[in-house]
Write a protein that binds this ligand. Sequence first.
Ligand SMILES: Nc1ncnc2c1ncn2[C@@H]1O[C@H](COP(=O)(O)OP(=O)(O)O)[C@@H](O)[C@H]1O
Ligand SMILES: [Mg+2]
Length: 444
Amino acid sequence: MEKMTILETTDLKYTYPDGTLAIEDVSISIEKGKKIALVGPNGSGKSTLFLLLNGTLKPQEGEIIFHGKPLLYEKASLRDVRKSVGIVFQNSDDQIFAPTVYQDVAFGPINLEMPEEEVAAKVNETLEYVGLLELKDKPPHHLSGGQKKKVAIAGVVVMEPEVIILDEPLTSLDPVGADEILDLLNELNQFEKAIVISTHDIDFAYSWADYIYLLVNRKIIGSGTPEEIFRDPGMLKDAGLRIPMVLEIYYEIQKRNMASVNRVPKTVPEIVDTLKPPSLIWLDVPEGVKEGDKLDLGLYAEQLGEICSEGVVDTRVLHIHESGQAIVAVKRIRAGIGRVLIYDTDNYKLKEIKGLLASGDFDVVGAMGKKTKLIVESDNLKPDLTVGVIDKSILTALCGKNVLIFTGGGMVDHAVRRISDYCKKSGVRINVDVFNRETGEAQD
Ligand SMILES: Nc1ncnc2c1ncn2[C@@H]1O[C@H](COP(=O)(O)OP(=O)(O)O)[C@@H](O)[C@H]1O
Ligand SMILES: [Mg+2]
């Protein structure tokens, strides 16, 4: 992806009419296709900064630079920036005001004086994309928090912005609702939209963002990749932040000399990857076994519990305790890694899918992307995984099970890439195939 700066700010300062200084010396940069987290406590100036970014507020000092040119606060220039930089407010009720979902999402395009047919096509397409088509004639105030959030997002997405800014989008949602919104945002990001999220959720910012700005007391006190930010104890202390849970677990593993690599993990599959398998285990051994004997652990597999993707070779009994249990040294090898098959739902054929499911080759089925989930749901296929599908598929394959993932709309390549990246980094080989990749030819 080429580096392209869409929006920049230089030393912004903003004081509200009542004299409250809300933002000072704030310089940030938003590049195409990036996931950016603005992390800061309440009152640090996050919402104010967002209102400055699309010209709703005008700074007393500093500039907003949009595609290389300073933002001028007149009609045409404001219109340009607002079309391209969409904001989803923290409280959906501040954003949604039309009598129906459809009318609300149509508001922006109508305002741009788009022809009526074009508006209808765009709004319907967007509602389908976010999974709200069936609710289009409902009054928005009857919807759930997550659905309202989707309406607000649809109202922004319909304008085809380059940047989508969301002010604490996950705070008021339940975990399932939050996962769904996040899935949707990640999907939009795959299509090169820059996503900017304000949050005080450290775990989320650490594992999600490409780049983080720390905003404390109206100022940016640090910025960098999640690794850079969260490896700097001084910066964390200044910001009053704790370290992310994933890192905390990793540091504890490392302190106990149980980490086999020094690669700092960001996700659960990456934590798993750092674990050094134990080389000594306690086992019940049959009578007659002596110290120094080799054991065939095939017989003892159930005693080892769930051996995830590891076969045991070369065992030796080191010590037999009077209880009859023994300390056994084992060498392990990776074995029995499952495969991942991706089914491109852009070329969806129910019969074909039924065949795949009936083959019994797959232990776990996942569905990724809003549209795919709707298709799969309407055919009553009941996937096992619907959120965090890629990470969970990797974890499943590592346990020797096979996964079938339904996805489409450009997410196929994304899934292949993410799994291949994991394999490259970890040295584990998970076989990934696409069952029915688009060939460009019409299929019967
Ligand atoms: N409309 C307003 N009038 C006066 N002060 C405001 C207004 N909105 C926010 N502030 C103040 O500006 C500062 C930054 O607030 P805000 O941008 O809402 O921070 P955050 O979104 O990080 O919680 C706070 O001190 C807040 O009280
Ligand atoms: Mg706020």
